[in-house]
Design a protein around this ligand. Structure first.
Ligand SMILES: CCCCC/C=C/C(=O)SCCNC(=O)CCNC(=O)[C@H](O)C(C)(C)COP(=O)(O)OP(=O)(O)OC[C@H]1O[C@@H](n2cnc3c(N)ncnc32)[C@H](O)[C@@H]1OP(=O)(O)O
Length: 277
């Protein structure tokens, strides 16, 4: 079964169709037989989430609403990183208009991903800090390769993970663990993340990662889809509505926060440290 699935995944059977995307920032393949979609983030080197990448993801998620999509596996083409989180350059000295547009697209993308009715799996094939962790947490199931880092590390950068990022973490690891992790800005190793339930499974390597992602998908596809998605949305609606009902306030908070001189200073220092590495 796995060999067949691999062939399909690699596109050696005609039943896998490349999903026409307007950019190559995401590679999207749909298996015409199963309806399972693989969305691969493709913004080298580290899939930092800038407006364009978020827009490409959002456009894909909207398009999938009109396709026979039975499930989605989210992964990355980068060898070492799932996603480095929000693109720091979007927050460093932007104009107000640019920052507003960026934040709006992040909200749009998250709402679509978090509320997708079909099963979603994050196949986390590399580091997944901050916004990368948010993407993974927005999927229903998380599988990760060993010896990488994941978590909401915003505090360590002198910024604050927004309420909806925090809610996603609380929903997965519980309030106490989340409070500790968020205050410290902890980046967990894959192994630690598996222990506290931030990820569901550890894979041995990238091949095993995709096998496990497909295994999860197979299980989910065996369930009645309407009942499955109704339970999912029931669990997620409070978290979703909390943002949907306060999008403008959330945007204003983001803009007021990042325009503070101290925050700009922290971002500058962090960017410099990343460049010097
Ligand atoms: C109210 C405000 C709320 C805001 C909420 C914020 C959420 C966020 O997501 S903030 C972003 C937090 N992200 C991080 O802290 C991750 C930073 N990056 C890393 O730790 C590492 O890059 C890595 C572990 C993800 C990958 O390491 P490695 O493979 O060694 O790659 P490099 O560090 O050499 O990076 C390559 C290249 O990419 C640039 N870069 C990395 N991360 C970002 C980023 N988030 N945004 C923009 N650019 C990033 C890095 O500077 C390197 O650039 P060059 O030197 O020009 O090649």
């Amino acid at each position: 079964m796995f060999v067949l699935r691999q062939c399909l995944t690699l596109g050696t059977k005609s039943s896998v169709r490349n999903f026409a995307a307007a950019t190559n920032l995401v590679n999207v393949k749909i298996n015409e037989d199963t309806g399972v979609v693989i969305m691969e983030l493709n913004k080298p080197p580290v899939n930092s989430l800038n407006y364009e990448l978020l827009e490409a993801m959002h456009r894909t998620l909207v398009k999938l609403e009109n396709e026979r999509c039975s499930g989605m596996i989210l992964t990355s083409s980068s060898p070492n990183t799932f996603s480095a989180g929000l693109d720091l350059l979007e927050m460093y000295k932007p104009t107000v208009d640019k920052a507003r547009k960026f934040w709006g697209m992040l909200q749009n993308t998250w709402i679509k991903l978090y509320s997708a009715p079909y099963p979603t799996v994050a196949a986390i094939n590399g580091h997944s800090p901050a916004g990368g962790c948010l993407l993974a947490m927005s999927c229903e199931y998380r599988i990760m390769v060993p010896k990488k880092k994941i978590g909401l590390n915003e505090t360590q950068l002198g910024i604050v993970a927004p309420q909806w990022f925090q809610d996603c973490m609380k929903n997965i690891i519980g309030s106490r663990q989340a409070e500790k992790a968020l205050i410290a800005g902890t980046l967990f190793s894959s192994e630690e993340a598996a222990k506290i339930g931030l990820i569901d499974e550890l894979a041995t390597d990238k091949e095993d990662l995709m096998k496990k992602a497909h295994d999860f998908m197979d299980e989910q596809l065996g369930l009645p889809p309407l009942a499955r998605s109704t339970v999912k949305i029931g669990f997620r609606k409070d978290t979703l509505n909390r943002l949907i009902n306060s999008r403008e306030v959330d945007t204003k908070y983001f803009i007021d926060f990042i325009f503070q001189p101290k925050v700009q200073e922290s971002l500058e220092m962090y960017l410099q440290a990343l460049k010097k590495k």
